[in-house]
Design a protein around this ligand. Structure first.
Ligand code: NAG
Ligand code: NAG
Ligand code: NAG
Ligand code: NAG
Ligand code: NAG
Ligand code: NAG
Ligand code: NAG
Ligand code: NAG
Ligand code: NAG
Ligand code: NAG
Ligand code: NAG
Length: 811
């Protein structure tokens, strides 16, 4: 199989990536940093827009993706995707395990390749697949293509990939991802630049790094064509770095012992040479004064056990073993030549960036444009040609990391000199660990500084003159977003006219005087008393009323992120944390408040009543703008609050709870009605029936006075009993309610019935002289009885009519 095809065949169709952020050509390359295993970045190419009529096709039977990858050494996941693409329904991904061995995933299969990536340097990784069409048969005119080869290369050198089965492909969009979007695999932690998607015939592999970067000229804004998920961000890297393979060999004379030499070399961004590199003559021996010269290799090559020896280069170039912690004259450290060192700190009179250069006398210096850092007898000196300033680090062997530099006139300045990159944290002595390992409860840096200054003290950073008694934006408008939830109306005491409500209050506001450092996704809590929080007064009533106090408080302050926040790097020492410039502070309060309801329930059990509670911002409350969040709002009506409790509150029924905002006050109103259904069944219907019985006595023969009196008086007594029982059981008030009026009216009507019976009887039994006058009297009594029937039923009808009007709130 021909591995490299000539350039005319190489058909670079989709050149992608470089997430433009105003990159000026030649200045640097844009790099995507994937900060944790949850991050990835993907782009989809709709099939018919990018590729000529489907892939694979007659002219394009191969698709591949290449990327320059710089994995960070510490990989928590046993297997992580670096870059992947899905084409024709087949997914191909390059990944690494925790020791950076390269793996290839094709569909479900995973193959281990016979090579490894190098950590903390740029690697060029390509993966791809080729497919073939079967010859058309009479049944199938266009047989689906079959993937018959998967290939991979590292640093432009092809790797053997065994592919067990042929995979049938189908037409589909092509998707390229940095990291993984598959939930089975993690994403690597590190950097990617120059992702190039190629479609052509045969195998497509760029020969070298420069080619990959050169073809990577198409810039696509991160926001449109690529979709980032999780902690993925774009940054600019030095163009010289990714492709530079030259190495400087430094002689570390002061580093005593293997561990110290290893640490120092790593803080310089280099590694101790391995036995193979010495054997292959890639290391020039410079330290010639003693028999044994330099430690080499990594901590992993140390012997375990009491002897504990390390490989060492002898003066004659041979390799031997010596106890690891003995003193040696010097160590050799190999540092990539293009590495850029950065000086962070509050001083502006020195260069920010430096490069390492070795000098004739085996010593080295850090050379900036106008300033340099050199070794002196006493320690290190940072001097600027432009400003004629000098800072000293006396008595220190190491120069990397966070150190107090002194000048004869100034007090000490803490400056951080480091090779660490955007996704790393620089420990105090310059060793880089992943930023996600900062404050994770486990020590990673040898000086343990990655676990210093953690916790909520670290989260919250306040201005020097911060006063928690003064509100943010003092004198200007402050917007407070709020959101109420009523959990439960616990009690409605009608007699004492008290209501108890369990409330959740969410407040959100901005305080530019507070910064939040290295916040994580989700909730970042801190103690509320450390900052200004709105203090609230509560009173019963509508805008004015007696003050009330909550009886139980639970208060929580936090900043919350649904998505991983993109934090800004504006601190003097970026490794001490990133912070957000504009942050919403959230406060959650839960309390139980008991307040006089001041209900006037004269229409009880009909009508609507309101019970109000008002919150007012205490203190400097001018210019506060309350904004309701996430509440249902009906057209023009006040917003409705969520309520999770019971709606049947003994004598009342809770219809809804609304909120009303007036200047610096929020009123919330319980909208109540009586329990009309219940009272209809338990009071109105029985009393109506009893009254019916009372009234029915009119239809008894007028001669049966005793029966008439018996029935009507019994009804009257029953009505009175009902009334007294009802007044004792439902809401007690010092005034008459509609239901009382109903009973009293019925009792009066029933009394009238009784009186009418008595009068009818009086008319009937008057002494008479003649038979004809007896007949007359009986007739009169009968007429009077009919008249009473009509009058009483009319009065009753009027009563019901008025009652309905009152209960419907019409009058
Ligand atoms: C393949 O390439 C030839 C010549 O360049 C062209 O005529 C033909 O249309 C191409 N086929 C497809 C499917 O693009
Ligand atoms: C990573 O893969 C390499 C090569 O297959 C293997 O030797 C090594 O043990 C693996 N490392 C881990 C931590 O699994
Ligand atoms: C890996 O490659 C080396 C030399 O290139 C060879 O000696 C070794 O056998 C190979 N290992 C496998 C598993 O193919
Ligand atoms: C896969 O298909 C190709 C051509 O279509 C054939 O040459 C190869 O032998 C097949 N491989 C397997 C494992 O079936
Ligand atoms: C890499 O490719 C570029 C452009 O093709 C070429 O100029 C350069 O010499 C190549 N470098 C190496 C090391 O092959
Ligand atoms: C995407 O970014 C580009 C350049 O940064 C900008 O011009 C464009 O308005 C952005 N588009 C959207 C939808 O935000
Ligand atoms: C370092 O800078 C100082 C001041 O600019 C200069 O005098 C000195 O020669 C420089 N040292 C080296 C080795 O370049
Ligand atoms: C540090 O040493 C330099 C000479 O190397 C000397 O000039 C300077 O005063 C010393 N600084 C302090 C603070 O001791
Ligand atoms: C309760 O508040 C509402 C406005 O939400 C108001 O119309 C009503 O008069 C208030 N009721 C009392 C008793 O203050
Ligand atoms: C509830 O909080 C308020 C103000 O924050 C405070 O004055 C009151 O004492 C607290 N009540 C309880 C029971 O903690
Ligand atoms: C703060 O929260 C409000 C309401 O959710 C939102 O409209 C605003 O954009 C947020 N401000 C910031 C800086 O996140």
């Amino acid at each position: 199989m021909e591995r490299y095809l000539s350039s005319p065949v190489r058909l670079l169709l989709g050149l992608i990536c470089v997430l433009a952020r105003g990159t000026t050509a030649g200045e640097g390359v844009v790099v995507v940093a994937v900060e944790s295993s949850k991050g990835h970045l993907c782009r989809t190419f709709p099939q018919h827009t990018t590729f000529p009529r489907g892939f694979p096709s007659e002219n394009a039977s191969s698709v591949g993706v290449c990327a320059l990858v710089r994995p960070e050494l510490t990989q928590p996941a046993p297997y992580s995707h670096i870059v992947s693409f899905t084409s024709s329904g087949v997914s191909v991904a390059a990944g690494i395990n925790s020791s950076l061995a390269l793996w290839l995933t094709v569909g479900e299969e995973t193959h281990r390749l016979n090579d490894s990536l190098k950590g903390e340097v740029w690697n060029m990784v390509c993966v791809g697949l080729s497919a073939a069409h079967d010859t058309p048969t009479p049944e199938e005119k266009h047989p689906p293509p079959k993937v018959n080869e998967v290939w991979a290369s590292l640093q432009g050198l092809p790797l053997d990939v065994p592919l067990g089965v042929n995979i049938t492909a189908w037409e589909e969009d092509v998707e390229v991802c940095v990291g993984t979007r598959s939930k089975w695999y993690a994403s690597f932690t590190g950097f990617v630049t120059g992702v190039t998607l190629q479609v052509g015939k045969g195998e497509l592999t760029p020969d070298n790094c420069s080619l990959l970067l050169e073809t990577n000229q198409l810039t696509a804004p991160l926001n449109e064509s690529w979709t980032p998920h999780g902690p993925v961000f774009a940054l600019e890297e030095d163009l010289r770095q990714p492709c530079d393979t030259s190495v400087l060999t430094l002689v570390l004379r002061e580093a005593w012992g293997h561990d110290k030499a290893l640490r120092w070399c790593r803080s310089l961004g280099g590694h101790l040479p391995t036995e193979e590199e010495v054997a292959a003559g890639l290391v020039t021996l410079k330290c010639t004064s003693e028999e044994h010269l330099s430690w080499m290799s990594d901590a992993s090559e140390r012997d375990e056990g009491p002897a504990n020896t390390c490989p060492v280069v002898l003066a004659d170039g041979g390799v031997g073993r010596r106890p690891c912690l003995s003193e040696l004259e010097c160590s050799l450290c190999q540092v990539p030549a293009g590495l850029r060192y950065t000086l962070y700190g509050a001083r502006t009179d020195f260069d920010r960036h430096y490069r390492l250069s070795a000098r004739q006398d085996d010593s080295f210096l850090f050379q900036g444009e106008t300033s340099n850092i050199t070794r002196t007898a006493a320690g290190w000196t940072l001097q600027s040609r432009l400003h004629r300033r000098q800072l000293h680090l006396n008595g220190s062997v190491g120069v990397m990391g966070r150190r107090a530099w002194r000048s004869p006139t100034h007090a000490a300045d803490t400056l951080t000199f480091t090779v660490c990159n955007a996704i790393q944290f620089s420990s105090n002595d310059g060793v880089c660990v992943l930023r996600s390992e900062r404050c994770d409860g486990r020590v990673h840096a040898p000086d343990m500084s990655d676990e210093e200054d953690c916790g909520s003290r670290r989260l919250l950073r306040k201005d020097a003159h911060y006063d928690p008694g003064v509100r943010p934006f003092a004198g200007q408008k402050l917007t407070i977003y709020y959101w109420f939830e009523a959990m439960l109306v616990q009690k409605m005491d009608a007699e004492k006219d008290l209501a108890s409500t369990d409330l959740n209050l969410h407040l959100r506001w901005e305080d530019p005087r507070v910064k939040f450092v290295d916040t994580k996704m989700g909730r970042n809590s801190f103690p509320c008393h450390q900052i200004w929080t709105p203090s609230l007064l509560m009173f019963a009533g509508y805008y004015i009323g007696p003050a009330v106090h909550p009886s139980a408080n639970r208060t929580l302050c936090y900043v919350y992120w649904e998505e991983m926040p993109r934090q800004e790097n504006q601190m003097d020492d970026p490794f001490m944390g990133r912070y957000m410039t504009r942050t919403n502070i959230s406060q959650y309060r839960n309390f139980l408040v008991t307040y006089p309801c001041m209900l006037r329930v004269s229409r009880y059990p009909f009508g609507r009543y309101m019970c109000n509670l008002t919150f007012s911002l205490y203190g400097d409350h001018e210019n506060v703008d309350w904004q309701v969040m996430d509440l249902r709002q009906e057209n023009g009506n006040p917003p409705i609050m969520n309520y999770y409790g019971d709606h049947d509150l003994f004598d009342y029924k809770l219809e809804k709870i609304t909120l009303d905002v007036h200047h610096n006050m929020i009123s919330f109103t319980l909208h109540l009605i009586g329990q009309p259904d219940y009272h209809l069944m338990s009071n109105f219907l029985p009393s109506f029936l009893i009254f019916g019985i009372c009234y029915s006595s009119f239809y008894f023969p007028i001669a049966e006075f005793n029966e008439r009196m018996h029935v009507s008086l019994t009804s009257l007594v029953v009505l009175i009993a009902f009334f007294s029982q009802a007044t004792n059981s439902y809401v007690k008030t010092p005034y008459y309610k509609l239901i009382d009026v109903w009973y009293i009216s019925l009792i009066i009507l029933c009394c009238l019935v009784v009186t009418a019976h008595v009068y009818v009887n009086y008319l009937r039994v008057q002494r008479v002289t003649s038979h004809s006058s007896l007949a007359k009297k009986v007739l009169l009594a009968k007429r009077f009885n009919v008249g009473c029937k009509i009058v009483i039923i009319t009065l009753f009808g009027l009563l019901v009519f008025l009652f309905v009007l009152f209960s419907m709130d019409i009058i």
